[in-house]
Design a protein around this ligand. Structure first.
Ligand SMILES: [Zn+2]
Ligand SMILES: [Zn+2]
Ligand SMILES: [Zn+2]
Length: 317
């Protein structure tokens, strides 16, 4: 089926993309000023949007591309795809009324670019600067369970295939641009990630300092006022009564004849059975299975980025 062309308000021509999304085929960018995705298959939509982002022709990768709100429910299961951050977001019932200045700015910008300009695969920074300038947007992170460390720059990461490459090369791109004064950065958050694979999917748990196992029990301490004996609740328990193992008196009223000054950990490893107050904290990486101590984790600062004047001058020249 040919992809439908619509004449929208203010002379903006839209093309509804259906089959070409399934075929992952980029339509002729000169046929319409904007593209509207009319396909409910989230997997194919993602592949298509990535092909648009990676396309060498600015008329393609700068093209305003919208998703439709009516299809949003079909994408719901694929939240980690960040579809709306791989394009210009959602519109309702092909209504672009409030987007016209936004679209116009992009179309004028594309028109002013050298018509035969094609970007090579290694010109990712230039591609990024052109895109964010044309959108008048900052490069912002999004929290995403589908990314390696939970903080994702979806459009930057779309340049790469695996989540490891996306993380490593994507961060290197942003960092390099910052160091060369193409981007300014604003601190947002600090994240702790695996020392080996940079994953943020980490499990923190208490460990026995003696045998390093983490199957522990928390035991409440009891302090008998009369004889000053302190031990775990278990050692006072006789049936449902509390009897002091030192002076054999029964403990009746919390706060009157005894109190609970704290708790201790008890190691459930049969060969250890260590009782201790300060456990170690161990960190297990769910992505690569590496065990590490909290101080060994890598620390990453998360920033949002904006184009500098140097970047803008470069784009406009
Ligand atoms: Zn132990
Ligand atoms: Zn006692
Ligand atoms: Zn790891």
């Amino acid at each position: 089926m040919p992809e439908r062309i619509l004449n929208l308000e203010n002379g903006i021509i839209a093309q509804l993309l259906e089959d070409c999304v399934d075929r992952n085929e980029i339509p002729d960018p000169t046929k319409a000023s904007i593209w509207i995705i009319n396909n409910d298959n989230a997997i194919n939509v993602r592949k298509f949007l990535i092909s648009v982002i990676r396309h060498p022709d600015p008329k393609v990768f700068l093209k305003p591309v919208f998703l439709q709100k009516s299809l949003k429910k079909h994408y719901k299961e694929y939240k980690s795809y960040n579809l709306k951050h791989l394009c210009d977001g959602y519109i309702q019932d092909v209504n672009i009324q409030n987007k016209i200045p936004y679209i116009r700015f992009i179309l004028n910008f594309i028109q002013k670019l050298n018509g035969s300009l094609l970007l090579q695969d290694d010109e990712l920074l230039k591609r990024t600067m052109l895109y964010y300038y044309s959108r008048n947007k900052n490069i912002e992170f999004y929290e995403s369970a589908g990314s390696l460390n939970g903080y994702s720059y979806p459009r930057i990461e779309a340049y790469y295939d695996s989540s490891e490459d996306s993380y490593m090369y994507g961060r290197a791109l942003l960092n390099g641009a910052y160091k060369n004064d193409y981007l300014r950065r604003n601190y947002v958050d600090t994240s702790h990630i695996c020392k080996k694979c940079s994953s943020g999917f980490l499990n923190y748990r208490e460990e026995c300092p003696k045998c390093k196992q983490h199957n522990l029990q928390v035991r409440v301490l009891i302090h008998h006022f009369r004889c000053a004996y302190v031990a775990t609740e278990q050692s006072f328990q006789q049936g449902d009564r509390l009897i002091c193992p030192k002076c054999s008196m029964e403990l009746k009223n919390l706060g009157v004849d005894y109190d609970k000054p704290g708790k201790v950990f008890y190691c459930l490893n049969d060969r250890c059975r260590n009782e201790f107050q300060k456990p170690l904290i161990g960190v297990h990486c769910i992505n690569c299975k590496t065990e590490q101590m909290p101080y060994e984790l890598k620390l990453e600062k998360i920033y949002n980025y904006e184009l500098t004047q140097k970047a803008i001058n470069e784009i406009l020249n």
